[in-house]
Design a protein around this ligand. Structure first.
Ligand code: GRF
Length: 208
């Protein structure tokens, strides 16, 4: 069983996709043991409560400085003894100590085809605004391991999504979620739980 902590900041639709996948049996051998949010108002916390999943809020506002917040975040993640940490819309700079301790055991879902439209400043609707401004015809989503950079870790899965005439950032965001994020994140968990994901020299190979 892959003990999994999911870190959230907002609506939690990716968290919900994992919860639903476990319930429906399309995600096997994965147990969400804790949800961690930096935002006490995150609807994702309500989703966790409805699913009966332990949830904690670690808010930077409750700590004197970033170092004490980072220590609290690491403590709350460690307390759940996870095999894997999933960043599902977690709008927090991950402390290097957490990345080092969970090397190649933290994954992130990003709403574009990395290396396009990613890195500092590319999050949420900003990603889709940039996609539309550039006029690309295909976008999508990426699941990748988290390393010390921003959206720079080894790529696990990607899924393309067409950009349509007349798309607004909100419409495109929803299509990328429905047609890519909510599919490849649960599937990536399945592959990791099944021991099928290997990282070597910064590249991911997936066993048949
Ligand atoms: C998603 O678009 C995800 O790609 C990005 O943040 C958003 C989180 O949405 N990292 P939700 O909280 O899972 O609904």
């Amino acid at each position: 069983m892959l003990r999994t902590v999911v870190c959230v900041s907002g609506g939690g639709t990716n968290l919900q996709a994992i919860i639903d996948g476990i319930r429906q049996g399309s995600v096997s051998d994965v147990q969400i043991v804790r949800v961690v949010s930096n935002n006490k108002n995150a609807y994702a916390l309500e989703r966790a409560a409805q699913a009966g999943i332990d949830a904690v809020c670690v808010s930077p506002r409750d700590y004197a400085d970033r170092e004490q917040f980072n220590e609290a975040l690491l403590r709350e993640v460690d307390a759940a003894a996870p095999d894997l940490v999933v960043l599902a819309g977690f709008l927090v700079v991950i402390p290097p100590a957490l990345i080092r301790k969970y090397e190649n055991r933290i994954i992130n879902i990003h709403p574009s085809l990395i290396p396009s439209f990613c890195g500092t400043g590319y999050y949420g609707l900003k990603v889709h605004e940039a996609v539309l401004a550039r006029g690309v015809k295909v976008t999508g989503a990426t699941v990748h391991f988290v390393d010390e950079g921003t959206d720079t870790g080894p790529i696990i899965m990607q899924k393309p999504v067409a950009v349509m005439e007349g798309d607004t950032p909100e419409v495109l965001q929803r299509r990328v979620m429905e047609e890519a994020e909510w599919i490849i994140l649960p599937e990536s968990l399945n592959l990791i739980a099944g021991g099928k994901v290997k990282v070597s020299a910064g590249r991911v190979s997936i066993a048949e």
